[in-house]
Design a protein around this ligand. Sequence first.
Ligand code: ZN
Length: 269
Amino acid sequence: MTVPRILSSFFSLLAALWGGPAVVPASAQVLRQPIPDKLVVLTFDDAAVSHATVVAPLLKKYGFGGTFFVCEFRPDFADKTKYMSWPQMAQLDQAGFEVANHTLTHRHVNKLTPAQFEAELDSIEQRCATYRIPKPTTFAYPGYDTHPTALPVLEAQSYQFARAGGRRPYDPTTDHPLLIPSFSTAIADKLDIKAVVQQARNGRIVVLTVHGVPDYAHDWVTTPPALFEEYLKYLHDNHYQVIALRDLARYVNVQEARRTIQPKYEQLK
Ligand SMILES: [Zn+2]
């Protein structure tokens, strides 16, 4: 156990005994500035073609940010009625959205050796370089499967934030930045948008995972366009701030979060 960790445990113990905030709360160092209420992160997985044709124009209409976690789903990636082309992904970047890493072939990290995982990340980074998209700094776990071996690989390749599932809000002072929970908007998950986004307060951030709008490759994760626009309209009319995952760096001191927050793998699926 390192000295800072012993100190931080000691202060946590004091806080627990007193029932009040710690003398030197770790949260003060983890947060660069207070998390505003009504902060929502939008993320879009799997390079569905509707991300370019439906989602991006709607996000522009409402002035929202978003992260597109891209991969080359096999064997159908070549089918452009289902998946975006790399030039379409480059256009998302040029339009101000974040294009980020979801592994090349949608491999679950708990089934990969560190070397295989690194190669999957590298392949997406190389394609980004080819299409003049900046090197991704955020990652989404395929299938929401996480594993302790993934964290050192992500850290070594300078990833700042990584998103899983888990149907709960993200608390930057207790959740590790490479194990961020999210809620799915797929129609099958019957998301109650009001109940979910209301949880974006008291330091918590709501992260949403969206697949195709609609999804022509995997209909069990589809979000119908009318429903998706209803969600965006609700966020807009109720004054939510909607950002990309990389934008969390404005609020979260990632180095400090890594140093002080123990990775926890529960409730991420
Ligand atoms: Zn996926």
